[in-house]
Design a protein around this ligand. Structure first.
Ligand SMILES: Cc1cc2nc3c(=O)[nH]c(=O)nc-3n(C[C@H](O)[C@H](O)[C@H](O)COP(=O)(O)OP(=O)(O)OC[C@H]3O[C@@H](n4cnc5c(N)ncnc54)[C@H](O)[C@@H]3O)c2cc1C
Length: 385
């Protein structure tokens, strides 16, 4: 039987392991995860949005499959000795644009989303103000509302997949991939930090922000960088109407969280940065929030957290492909802030790549390594993460 080593046991590694196990390949698979607490991993730090509004067909289709799985988790993810419930809730998503180019892109993207089965409506400012009277929508021409967009608990989703994979016989090794031995243009051995070596027939790199280090082991240079994303949690003194996740094309995003709201900010600089920059809330986000919604003038900052996106600088979309120079090396990284919603689809797709000879359920061939080599970004004018 083929020996499959998965480097990274976050939501991606765990979904891939789960789908391989469902297909009967559990005994072939070892997942390497150095930190079972996932302290610095992106997954437990995610917000958990399952967004159906994207500009690329592949992203919409992957989100729709994510929706299917997360919204009926116990039906889809079986085998765990301990059951986890990611608590899927439908919250809705409102993407706001302004200007002729913003409107044209939104209309084209809504057409695509509808063709693929997403329920989505375009609302003008009069309708927006009628539905969400606390908001001014001063710099908005129209917005797309997809009421079915969901939210999950990311840690429960991760543990649900991991426990299910383990329940089906997948082995997780608490170890770090430290090096790869190649011969004849193929990966043959994985050297681990503990000193152990594992024989390899297929190596899957799903180490997220750390994926470039592993790519370097086979001479693959990827345009993926960690980018800090902060979330600030605040309470508003005045109660307002229920709102969907709201996102403006210029970047401001606000959504409900526990008994308050969260607002996010992406660092313009790349690189790991584990310090919360609290001044970003006070100096940048709060004034914007107050401008959008009078009730957000009187708020209380309650806390926040940060994590890092594995940002693909080429086009903000993942690379899910074999490396042409070392074909038994598969990369699935560069999710740029959408990985949680797409993880079930990626798990199934990578299983298909290995066991079925190519993508079968969703054609992900445009998310190729080739586009990186050729410097051909996928045109994507939809909401970013
Ligand atoms: C603040 C924030 C908010 C987000 N919100 C959303 C959202 O609302 N919706 C959404 O879909 N996505 C969201 N994301 C993105 C999402 O969290 C990620 O795309 C997803 O979790 C990536 O999963 P992963 O398994 O690839 O990475 P990770 O969870 O980071 O797992 C990678 C693992 O690899 C391990 N590793 C590292 N080096 C090695 C090595 N050498 N050998 C073996 N293992 C190694 C690490 O220990 C880690 O556990 C958000 C991200 C952040 C930071």
């Amino acid at each position: 039987m083929e020996r499959i080593v998965i480097a990274g046991g976050g939501i991606m590694g765990s979904c891939i392991a789960y789908y391989l196990a469902l297909a009967g390949a559990a005994s072939a698979v070892t997942v390497l995860e150095p930190d079972p607490t996932y302290e610095f991993a992106a997954t437990p730090r995610a917000v958990g949005g399952i967004r159906l509004q994207h500009a690329l067909r592949e992203n919409v289709e992957m989100s729709l499959y994510g929706d299917q799985v997360y919204s009926a988790f116990a039906e889809h993810v079986r085998g765990g000795k301990v059951e986890f419930d990611p608590q899927f809730r439908r919250r809705g998503y409102l993407y706001q644009v302004r200007g002729p180019a913003g409107i044209a892109a939104l209309e084209a993207n809504v057409r695509l989303q509808r063709e693929l089965g997403v329920e989505v409506d375009i609302l003008d400012v009069v309708e927006l103000r009628r539905r969400y009277p606390s908001f001014r929508f001063a710099d908005v021409d129209c917005a797309a509302l997809s009421p079915a967009d969901g939210q999950v608990d990311p840690y429960a989703a991760l543990m649900g997949f991991r426990k299910a994979a383990e329940g089906l016989g997948i082995a997780y090794l608490k170890d770090r991939l430290a090096g790869l031995e190649l011969s004849g243009g193929l990966v043959r051995q994985a050297r681990l930090a503990s000193g152990v070596s594992l024989p390899v027939d297929t190596l899957i790199n799903v180490a997220n922000c750390w994926a470039p280090e592993i790519c370097a082991m086979v001479g693959m240079s990827v345009p993926i960088e960690p980018v800090r994303r902060q979330q600030f949690y605040f309470l508003a003194q005045q109660q307002i109407e229920p709102i969907p996740a709201m996102r403006h094309m210029d970047g401001l995003s606000v959504r409900t969280h526990q008994d308050g709201y969260i607002v996010g900010a992406t660092n313009p600089r790349a690189g790991f940065d584990w310090e919360m920059a609290h001044e970003v809330f006070e100096n940048v986000l709060w004034p914007q929030l107050a401008e959008q919604c009078g009730a957000f003038e009187a708020i209380k900052l309650k806390g926040g957290w940060l994590g890092h996106y594995d940002m693909n600088r080429l086009d903000g979309n993942p690379i899910i492909d074999r490396f042409d120079k070392v074909p038994n090396f598969i990369l699935a990284a560069g999710f740029s802030g959408h990985g949680l919603m797409h993880a079930p689809a990626v798990g199934r797709a990578v299983k298909e790549l290995i066991l079925d000879g190519g993508f079968r359920s969703i054609d992900l061939s445009r998310l190729s390594w080739r586009r990186v080599v050729e410097g051909q970004p996928l045109a994507d004018d939809g909401p970013t993460a």
